[in-house]
Structure formats: C-alpha cells, structure tokens
Design a protein around this ligand. Structure first.
Ligand code: ADP
Ligand code: GLC
Length: 485
C-alpha cells in the first residue's frame, strides 16, 4: 500500500528513451520506491519510442492548444512503470536523440518543448487529471526546471516540489523575450525567479523555487556550492544550502546482475569468479584484441565529452602501451575524441579495440570481460558505470571527484591491510595522475590473490537503490508533512 504519490517529471526514462544516466535513474527509482510505500507516476514526452511502447493507451486529458498544437495525455504501464506521456506531435514526434536534431544541433524549439513538459507537470500536480493528486512533484534536470516556477506563479494550493540536479553543466538558458509565450508573468523575471544572466534559466528557476534541491552524490552536493564546481550557480546554491541534499544513485540490480545477464557468454558471481575469463576471451574476440589472459584489459563505457576526461586517456596511451595492457572502449560523442580513439585502434590492432556508438549489450560485455573500468572524469555528479563495474568485478579506476569519490574505495596500503579497497582513485584529473593510477593498478594485477580479494570486496559493495530510495522516501514524507501543517 502506498501512502504517498510522486509525479516524476523527466525528459528520458529507461527502457523507453535514454541518452545517459538520468534515464537509468528515472526508470529505476520508481521501482525502488514502491517497497517504501511510495507510488510514482512518470510524466514524459511521448517521443515515437514512448508512444510505440504504450500501444493503444487511453487519452486522459486533452488540451486544444499548447505552443502551437494540441496535447493529449496518454496513460499506460511499461516495464512496471506508471507512465503519463505527453502526446504533442508538434513538439515530440521526432525520432532519435530527444534533444538534438539530425544536424547534430539542439532542436530550435527546445525552449517550448521542455516548457511544455514542465507546464503540464504543474497542471497534473494541481489535479488536471482526474484521480491523480500527487503529494510531490519531482523535477529532474533543466528540462523539468520550470515546473516549480509554474506552480509558484500560479498561486493556490500545490504539492511540495523537489528539483534534482543530475548535471549542472546542462542549464537550459533561453531568451528573456520568451517569458510571455511560456505563460509566465512579468513578476517571474527577477533574480529570485527565472531570471539568469539576462535570460530565462530553466534549471536556475527550479533551483531557486523548488522546496528541496537534491543532487546525486554528497560530494557533488558540496562541489556545486563552490565557485570551482558551481558553474555559475554556486551563489544561489550557497543561499539554498539548507534545502540541498546529496543522495547517491543506485543501479537496477536486475538489469545489472552478472549471474543472470543475458548479454554474457558466461554468467558469474563473487564465488564463481573464474567464469569471468570466458567473458574476457569473448570481449577480446569481439573487439579484435589478442586472446591473452594475462594482459590487463582496461574497459571504458562512456559519452565522449570533456566532462568524462577521456582526452586524458588518449594522451596517456602512448606512455601506457609499453606495458602489457589492452583497451576496450565503447563510446560516442565529440568528433575529435571519436577520431582520436579510432586512429589509436587502427594504429594498435590487437591492443586497442574501439566501438563508436551506443550498444547496450556491449556495455554489459565490457563490464563483465574487462579487468578494470576507467572513469577519469573532470567532474561527475554520480556516475553509474563505476557502480556497474563494482557489481561485475571490474575494478574501477576513477578520478576523485563527485560520486566517483563517494562510491569507490581506493586500494591504498591501509585499505589493502583492512581488506576494504574496491578500486583505484586518483587526483587531480590529469594525464600524469591517470597514468600513475593505471601503473598502480598494474602492480595490483601482478599480485593475483590480492586482485581477487579486491574483486570480491568490489562485488560486495552495496550499489543497490535500497538506501537511496529510503533517503528519498524520508525527504518526500518530511516535505509533504511540512506542507500539510
Ligand atoms: P552520464 O549520464 O553522465 O553519461 P552515467 O555514468 O551516469 O554517465 O550513465 C551513463 C549510462 O549510459 C550508463 O548506464 C552506461 O552504461 C550508459 N552508456 C554510456 N555510454 C554508452 C554507450 N556508448 N553504449 C551503451 N551504453 C552507454
Ligand atoms: C548525469 C551525470 C552522471 C549521473 C547521471 C544520473 O548524467 O553526468 O554523473 O550519474 O546524471 O544521475
């Protein structure tokens, strides 16, 4: 039985549409909250993939015109998720990446597309769909950031609002002249409202006006209140520090379970680690790497962007190839990084295997077959790939930032003595420090009994949603009770 109802307002949700970790979180958190007595309805744009997954849903609510076309709300259940999809063909009937057009640039009407998501979120939160009366509106990232603003400036009774920052680098900034078109009053355009450097800031609005702000790790929550990590928002976040909480992400342990993973040639577990070698051999074969059990196989599964620091790895490769190492990289993003890794693979066949693109199955195979996973991010709000790596016994090598710092225990001397290490951390994120970390990893690899102990403690790490879900539940309940009194 649920006693609290959350309307989660999200621009992407696994398994329907995903560009990154936000979709994983949006798809897993509702399932993890159910045992806490919390029911979640997820409001998402009805992109073609969402509409297809819903089949023949019931139209719940019709609005003749919003930003140039009609809007219907479609209701259905997909993969255990209660989905409310905004069917607005003029805004969302576009294939591929939800934010970017075929020319690789942001859709020109993103301001309207995501204002619509937030505005309908605010409508639903205040009862526009019969039978739905959420206690909490939970907005994720800039795409949903205007929802608290619509609720604030409409006045009247409203549920509590939570704004979660998955990545402060994406802020959603649009021309001030849109204010009237968006349906926001002139009074909204001020420093305590939606105004941000003479424009309208969608994330800024959410950060200024939501009752609570969360982000996806305690370390990132601290970093974003500093000028170095605040990306222009640190002043506001310092003012709101009393309402800011860092709650780590988890991963869906049914999607990421090495004992049952259908993408693997050989299932394994902490007590059957030897079965991992078949996955390593399969990965080497798939990526054209030499079939060498003793080479230390490093994996990467990542967006290729400045955030992820993979240019540091590219620069380090010439120095690392003197050692008995292999690299299996899956990623897509910046053209220069894609070209750089493709060239490295062409120059070192058998040592470097690169797949450019998005491939869920290969992502699982890298986690299961690589000996270690590299995440040299310059900043990382939480990061999910290192959590998958822990669960799959691929030792994470991570920059000591954000959620990476909070989830990996460095195998330093003290940790080795205590048997608590789960990976390798390095700081600051630089080519030299990344190289040093990989050499430290190689020394651990040379001592196989120690390596296997580390693998087991990595696999014993709690990367589930249980603890995070309980923390969200506490936060939601406190907020609901506060607004009732
Ligand atoms: P971010 O959201 O910043 O990209 P996260 O680590 O939080 O980083 O989440 C990334 C998610 O996307 C993980 O589930 C990861 O497995 C997946 N992923 C990233 N790149 C790829 C890719 N090229 N192919 C398949 N999955 C990918
Ligand atoms: C963002 C962040 C990543 C985080 C994910 C889910 O994409 O870059 O660190 O894990 O959101 O919260």
């Amino acid at each position: 039985m649920s006693d609290l109802h959350v309307l989660s307002v999200v621009p992407e949700i696994y398994p329907l549409v995903k560009t990154g970790g936000l979709a994983d979180v949006a798809g897993a958190l509702p399932l993890a909250l159910a045992p806490e007595g919390i029911r979640t309805t997820s409001l998402v744009p009805a992109y073609p993939a969402v509409r297809a997954a819903l089949g023949q849903p019931q139209a719940e609510h019709v609005q003749p015109d919003l930003f140039g076309g009609p809007v219907r709300l479609l209701r259905g259940t997909v993969a255990g998720l209660d989905i409310l999809a905004i069917d607005a063909p003029h805004l969302y009937d576009r294939f591929g990446n939800p934010y970017v057009g075929p020319d690789g640039r942001d859709w020109g009407d993103n301001a309207l597309r995501f204002a619509a998501l937030a505005r309908i979120g605010a409508d639903v939160a205040t009862g526009s769909v019969p039978g739905l009366r959420p206690d909490i509106l939970h907005a994720h990232d800039w795409q949903a950031g205007l929802a608290p603003a619509y609720l604030t400036y409409r006045g009247g009774p409203r549920p509590g609002t939570v704004m979660t920052v998955h990545n402060l680098a994406f802020q959603g900034q649009f021309p001030a002249g849109l204010l009237g078109t968006l349906g926001l009053p002139a009074e909204a355009y001020n420093i305590g409202g939606v105004e941000y450097y003479q424009s309208i800031g969608y994330l800024k609005a959410g950060l200024a006006l939501a009752d609570r702000i969360t982000t996806v790790s305690p370390s990132y929550a601290a970093e974003i209140t500093t000028p170095e990590g605040g990306m222009g928002m640190d002043g506001l976040l310092r003012v709101r520090a009393h309402a800011l909480f860092g709650i780590l992400n988890g991963i869906d342990e049914t999607v990421w379970d090495p004992a049952t993973d259908p993408h693997l040639v050989a299932p394994f577990s902490r007590d059957r680690l030897e079965a991992r070698t078949a996955n390593k051999a399969a990965l080497q074969a798939r990526l054209g790497l030499a079939p060498d059990r003793r080479a230390l196989l490093l994996g990467v599964v990542s967006r290729l962007t400045w955030q992820k620091g993979l240019d540091l790895l590219l620069d380090a490769l010439p120095h690392l190839l003197g050692f008995d190492l292999q690299l299996a990289l899956l990623g897509s993003g910046d053209r220069a990084l894609e070209a750089g890794f493709a060239a490295a693979a062409a120059a070192h066949p058998g040592r470097i295997g690169v797949v450019l693109g998005y491939d869920e199955s290969l992502a699982h195979q890298i986690q299961a077959g690589a000996d270690a996973l590299l995440v040299p991010s310059r900043f990382e709000p939480c990061g999910l790939t290192q959590l998958c790596a822990l669960r799959y016994g691929a030792l994470p090598v991570v920059a000591r930032v954000g959620g990476l710092a909070d989830t990996v225990i460095d195998a330093n001397e003290a940790a080795l003595a205590a048997g608590t290490g789960t990976g390798v951390q390095f700081a600051p994120p630089s080519r030299e420090m990344l190289e040093a970390a990989i050499l430290r990893l190689a020394a651990l690899w040379a001592d196989q009994p120690t390596w296997q102990r580390l693998q087991r403690s990595a696999m014993d790490s709690d990367v589930s949603w249980r603890r995070p879900a309980a923390r969200y539940a506490t936060l939601y309940r406190a907020l609901r009770d506060e607004r009732r009194t």
